[in-house]
Design a binder for this molecule. Structure first.
Ligand SMILES: [Zn+2]
Length: 235
């Protein structure tokens, strides 16, 4: 009996120790290509957003028809105050905005200082456009450049130092061949499209073709359970 009680006490103290431990921020950034392969959830992401006034309402119409919550990665220079209502309507519809950086340049060709000031400039512009602070939680490097080295590579280390741990890439970006796209897409997929006429047409065909798979189309932060700019580990 005494032994049982002693064991119980040890167990209780172990459990409370784990529960009270502060989450530790990872020492690296994390590069995501997809989410959980066990869950029938998929994220649709759309980059660049030249001419949002032309394409955003049309992408949103497709999203509404098929119950999709998209994640939009505009370049900062495409964010304009005169489009405030447009971007707000996307947020109101449940879509999400991440950062495709202010300038559409390869991160591998930029310095640490340029990358940090670019992201700060992006946040500032986004807030000006919306008229309030909207903290973006994920970054998508233009051309995916630098992300291939993983979160511990040079770009990953720089982004981590700048305070951005979640680097989002994709596992499906083929908007030319629907059959191939359908073969590539699976549970947890991150689909990359661009805000243009061709991809809008592909988007409609894709959503129709995926109908019987009954995926849930969630935003990137939902797919990857991201709630802050930091990546925490259990270490
Ligand atoms: Zn891009």
């Amino acid at each position: 009996m005494k032994r049982t009680i002693a064991l119980l006490l040890i167990l209780i103290s172990l459990v409370s120790l784990t529960a009270s431990a502060e989450p530790t921020r990872s020492r690296w950034a994390r590069v995501y290509k997809h989410g959980d392969r066990e869950q029938p959830r998929v994220a649709i992401t759309v980059d660049d957003w030249y001419y949002p006034e032309q394409w955003l309402p049309q992408f949103m119409a497709v999203a509404e028809e098929y119950g999709v919550k998209m994640t939009l990665y505009p370049s900062g220079f495409n964010l304009k105050v005169e489009d405030r209502e447009l971007w707000q309507s996307a947020l109101d519809a449940g879509h999400e905005i991440g950062s495709h950086f202010f300038q559409h340049k390869k991160l591998t060709e930029r310095s640490y200082g340029q990358i940090t000031s670019d992201l700060n400039r992006y946040q500032k512009r986004l807030d000006e456009v919306l008229g309030y602070h909207y903290e973006f939680l994920t970054v998508r490097p233009p051309f995916g450049a630098g992300a291939g080295d993983g979160g511990g590579g040079k770009i990953g280390r720089w982004l981590h130092s700048a305070g951005f741990d979640h680097i989002i890439t994709w596992d499906m970006d083929n908007t030319k061949d629907l059959d191939k796209a359908l073969k590539t897409i699976k549970n947890g997929s991150i689909i990359l499209m661009h805000a243009n006429k061709h991809d809008l047409g592909f988007y409609k065909k894709l959503m129709e073709a995926l109908k019987d798979r009954n995926y849930e189309y969630v935003t990137i932060t939902e797919l990857l359970n991201i709630t802050s700019r930091y990546y925490y580990t259990a270490e």
